[in-house]
Write a protein that binds this ligand. Sequence first.
Ligand SMILES: [Zn+2]
Length: 111
Amino acid sequence: MSNEERRKKDRVRYLRLKCLVVDKYGGECVACGERDIYVLAFDHVEDDGAVRRRNKLDATGAILYRALVRCPVRTDLQVMCANCNARKRHHGKEFEKWPLTQPEGRDRLLP
Ligand SMILES: [Zn+2]
C-alpha cells in the first residue's frame, strides 16, 4: 500500500470514528443545527477544555474520540460547529444573544 493510499484509509477511518462519536452526542451543532461532519467538533460546555488538556484529562482528535466511544455520554461536552465555537470563544456562553457580524450587523459592533 502506498503512503497516499494509507493516508486516505486513515482519513476514512478517522471520519468514521468521528461520525460515530458525533452521532452519539446528537449529530449536530447544539446552537445552529449544522450537521457537516467536517466543521463539527466537541466543545467543553464550561470552556475548560484547555485546562483539561493541559492536565491530561482530555486529549484531542482520534484519541479523544476513541475515549468517548467507550464511555457514557459526558454532560461537560457538546457538539458545536466551527462558526458557533468561534462566536462562543469571542462572546462567551451567551453568544447566541449577540448579533451576527454579517455586513448589516457590523455597524452595531464597531465603534
Ligand atoms: Zn453552529
